[in-house]
Design a protein around this ligand. Structure first.
Ligand code: DAH
Length: 335
């Protein structure tokens, strides 16, 4: 076949083609290994020396031209013209995206409140030594307070931290006051898995050490935190408490947001809910780290508990069961 008729034939075929498959067959027919144009290109050697360059040039030109026309046509088919089964007027299907876990969302919200008050965020290890988890926090061996923390011990004597308070010590060892930090993270205790207990839970620790810090600073900071999380009308109350690492120690309770103090099942008829443990950093701790001229306050809160109060959830296990229906409520994206 001469080049001219080959060109005509191929162009017509390309014009008529309706599918990508058809175009592919046309390409193979003319440009494939055994294609008609390929054959011509291979037989050029048999031509006379004068004809060779002329025919070679024309054949190569045609090869590129056909390849280009096939590609062009493929693109127009790709636009849907030849795919009648695609209804381009249908709305697109939303792709599934994951969302943050409600405890991560709330933890971030709490962190943001303290960041706005000038605290910075530091984290510490979940596997701790007895020293950081207890001893350095004024809780020596055989101290009765250790019993309150049913601890998971590792074979090598280390443990899974029972609270985020060890980060106070790690931070004070590396940085000298003034400092203002919060520390979010997971904690572990040997607990039954029931509606109000979980062997793993999330805490946020806070620490502010400087000179002349008072209980009033502590109360003001925590009251402001409560108003940011539970609404500006929430009422807070502070009661004396006991923690080995603070002296004096206090608890902040908020008025039950569900019954407004009247007493209901959420607050167990108390009208209020315990929200944060706190106090003035025990002088023994500051002394042992060499900061005798300083004082400060510390606090610790359970993010799971705050989430249960804020969102009216009566079973902590819901946070760990990965029920999409439950988790979806906290995210805009419909997982
Ligand atoms: N670590 C305490 C707990 O897990 C919470 C806590 C109470 C932390 C008082 C503090 C604090 O920093 O001052 O129960």
């Amino acid at each position: 076949m001469d080049l001219e008729s080959l060109k005509k034939e191929a162009k017509l075929e390309i014009q008529k083609a309706k599918t990508i498959d058809e175009l592919e067959s046309i390409r193979i027919k003319h440009l494939g290994k055994k294609g008609s144009l390929t054959k011509i290109l291979h037989s050029i050697g048999n031509l006379s020396v004068t004809e060779r360059p002329k025919v070679g040039q024309l054949a190569n030109k045609l090869k590129n031209e056909l390849a280009e026309s096939i590609e062009e046509k493929k693109k127009t088919i790709g636009k849907g013209k030849s795919y009648p089964w695609i209804d381009t007027s249908l709305p697109g299907r939303k792709s599934n995206t994951g969302g943050l876990h409600p405890l991560s969302i709330l933890s971030q919200e709490i962190q943001d409140i303290f960041i706005r008050m000038g605290f910075s965020v530091v984290t510490g290890p979940e596997i701790e030594t007895e020293y950081y988890n207890f001893t350095a926090l004024n809780t020596p061996k055989h101290h009765p307070a250790r019993d309150m923390h049913d601890t998971f011990y590792l074979k090598d004597g280390r443990l899974l931290r029972t609270h985020t308070s060890p980060v106070q010590i790690r931070t004070l060892e590396k940085n000298s006051p003034p400092l203002r930090i919060i520390s979010p993270g997971k904690c572990y205790r040997v607990d039954t898995f029931d509606p109000i207990h979980s062997p793993t839970f999330t805490q946020i620790e806070g620490l502010w050490v400087d000179k002349n810090i008072s209980m009033a600073d502590l109360f003001g900071t925590l009251d402001s935190f409560a108003k940011n999380i539970f609404g500006k009308d929430v009422k807070t109350e502070f009661f004396p408490s006991y923690f080995p690492f603070t002296e004096p120690s206090a608890e902040m309770w908020i008025e039950c947001p569900f019954c407004k103090g009247k007493g209901c099942s959420v607050c167990k008829k108390r009208g209020k809910i315990e929200t944060v443990g706190a106090g003035m950093v025990h002088p023994n701790i500051l002394k042992s780290l060499g900061y005798e001229g300083c004082n400060g306050f510390a606090f610790g809160m359970g993010v799971d508990r705050i989430a249960m109060t804020k969102y009216d959830i009566d079973d902590i296990r819901l946070f760990f069961q990965n029920e999409l229906q439950f988790l979806r409520q906290f995210n805009d994206s419909k997982l």
